[in-house]
Write a protein that binds this ligand. Sequence first.
Ligand SMILES: Cc1cc2nc3c(=O)[nH]c(=O)nc-3n(C[C@H](O)[C@H](O)[C@H](O)COP(=O)(O)O)c2cc1C
Length: 171
Amino acid sequence: MLDILRRRRSIRRYKDREIEAVIIEQLKEAALRSPSSRAINPWRFLFITDKARLEALSRAKESGSGFLKGARLGVVVCAKDDESDVWIEDCSIASIILQLTGQSLGLGSCWIQIRKRMHSDRQSAEDYVKEVHHLPENIRVESMIAFGYPDENKPPVPKEELDYEKIILSR
Ligand SMILES: Cc1cc2nc3c(=O)[nH]c(=O)nc-3n(C[C@H](O)[C@H](O)[C@H](O)COP(=O)(O)O)c2cc1C
């Protein structure tokens, strides 16, 4: 796991190569194995491979989402907010589990923040994503995770650059 964490970087450029069905199945399993508060599992995961749909979702925000157009898979991580008061935490955990599992399977990925972001002056990114997918009112969208085989090389962050001042030692 530490090796995966050392090599993990956000990847936003993807090869023109399909993600095999067996890999997608493993991502689904990983998402569903995410821990959640009180094991309520309030999340829902929309797995999208359709190019037109990915293109539409890539327009969710003015910036920071455009690369989804070049991805081979997008996972919209959302939840029923009336099922759990900590759906945000649960969705965040599932999002990173999806990313780390993807990396262990040779995929690159990047988190696209949707909750609390805007699509335009008048529409939130969340409402835009819900409109594209015809999602019901009580569904809240946390993130979208873009996946594909990496078409960019990003070096791991050297250990010397880690901010150890953020670690507080208690006496
Ligand atoms: C909660 C969260 C939201 C993020 N939102 C976006 C986003 O909307 N668009 C994007 O391109 N990257 C997004 N990222 C990726 C970060 O920009 C990236 O993790 C950070 O710059 C560190 O780079 P690294 O992942 O390569 O180490 C997000 C990451 C997190 C954890």
